[in-house]
Design a protein around this ligand. Sequence first.
Ligand code: ADP
Ligand code: MG
Length: 265
Amino acid sequence: MSHAAHPVSTSTGAFGGPARSGPAASATGLYKTYGHGETRVTALDGVGVEFGSGEFTAIMGPSGSGKSTLMHCMAGLDAISSGSVRIGGVELSGLDDEALTKIRRDRLGFVFQAFNLLPTLTARENILLPLQLAGRTPDREWFDAVVSSVGLADRLGHRPSQLSGGQQQRVACARALASRPEIVFADEPTGNLDSRSGGEVLAFLSASVRELGQTVVMVTHDPVAASFAGRVVFLADGRIVDELHRPTADAVLARMQRFGTDRAV
Ligand code: ADP
Ligand code: MG
């Protein structure tokens, strides 16, 4: 086979990530239970899933279906009961706390429903804080690209209290991206936002995938939020029950209803 005829490139623009074979993260036979005896809860019931590099994947499902648990297990924030979780090629279950902390710090980014910004720091300082704590020098070109993509170039000197909720969450997204992580995990990033601000955050997350070559895995229970992703994985009672590619909000909603997963969230 001629290499010239099959150029290997996963680049998606000036900041496309390195060519990588295999998924950015994967789980196989993943079980997670909480508690013991009568209070035992099976939060994940044999999950197998792959998150492609350079893709925007949404994890959907009703409240209690295991979305956050899956994200926490895949990101090494929570220990699994059995099975396997890999980030890149690295099996997480074999790692001690120090190694897990290092992986989270160096290779992953996080966005949560609560923005978790430090109130006394400016937007710029908040974005750069994790890098500073890790003793890393920010890449100027990358920082500028992230800040411009997130639309905060003229707000970098503002403190969180001087920013709207949507702007604060965009700062939190920029902070998650500042280290140029292999994957950004976002758990209900629009859960505290009105639909317009939520739309801004979602537009940025999808632009980070499309234009900056990032990989994003986002937990949501909102069909509109899920429609920004390239692929939606549906979770019900701790199991992956289906997936949709290039989803529309209507298709996501219809699928949720078909699975009877349209319960209150
Ligand atoms: P989702 O994010 O989809 O709402 P979760 O992953 O938070 O769902 O929860 C899945 C199941 O695991 C639920 O039944 C929940 O009550 C249970 N659960 C989650 N975290 C814990 C915990 N720390 N201790 C006990 N049960 C938990
Ligand atoms: Mg949750």
